[in-house]
Design a binder for this molecule. Structure first.
Ligand code: CO
Length: 206
């Protein structure tokens, strides 16, 4: 019931103020997040909760299958604001195992409009088809593609002109790729952090 949500909200705000009387007045003055989270819309992957950060500490962009498509105005606007105005220090691209979007991308059934959105993942799957074909099950294939998709999106972010200009101007900015497990609540670092052009060259050859 929606009315329950309003009651939840009242209780939450009361509890926040009880623990920290200045909590909301501080947030009104400014937000000062050091992190941009690019994650999946999946309701089981709540950005702030997973990394135990309060409101004001994490700038969040979520879409189906945590994509960073170079032509997507929504993502680009978020990235530009995060880098230019908020001066965030880290971009976290966070996928999750068992992602329904990733799974749908390699199913042969027609899902309508979402198939268009998911087409970059199909490209990743095609590029890595031999490795994926060798997976022991469809679940294993989906999970590996979740990882490969995160790596591909980190590459997208690391080649974005907004990021390049920030690096050229000496702004400290690192891009990281994680995959979250809904089964145990833990993130796995894909070890593809990119902090500068030399690291990008070493990791992606570009
Ligand atoms: Co998902």
């Amino acid at each position: 019931m929606v009315q329950n949500l309003i009651e939840n909200n009242r209780n939450w705000a009361r509890e926040k103020t009880r623990v920290d009387p200045d909590f909301f007045s501080r947030l009104v003055r400014q937000q000062n997040p050091e992190y941009l989270w690019i994650g999946c819309s999946d309701s089981r992957v709540p950005a702030n909760e997973i990394v135990n950060l309060d409101p004001g500490e994490l700038f969040v962009h979520r879409n189906v299958a945590n994509l960073a498509p170079p032509q997507d105005a929504n993502y680009l606007s978020v990235l530009q604001y995060a880098v230019h105005v908020l001066k965030i220090k880290h971009v976290l691209v966070v996928g999750h195992y068992g992602c329904g979007g990733v799974r749908a991308s390699i199913e042969s059934t027609d899902h309508g409009l979402i198939d268009h959105w998911l087409s970059p993942i199909r490209d990743v799957a095609h590029e890595h088809r031999h490795e994926l074909d060798a997976c022991s099950s469809q679940d294993a294939r989906v999970d590996r593609l979740c990882e490969l998709n995160v790596i591909s999106q980190v590459r997208n972010v690391a080649t974005n002109p907004i990021i390049l200009n920030a690096w050229r101007e000496g702004q400290p900015l690192a891009i990281h790729g994680w995959v979250y497990s809904i089964a145990n609540g833990l993130v796995t670092d894909m070890n593809i952090s990119v902090r500068n052009l030399a690291e990008r060259e070493r990791l992606f050859g570009i």
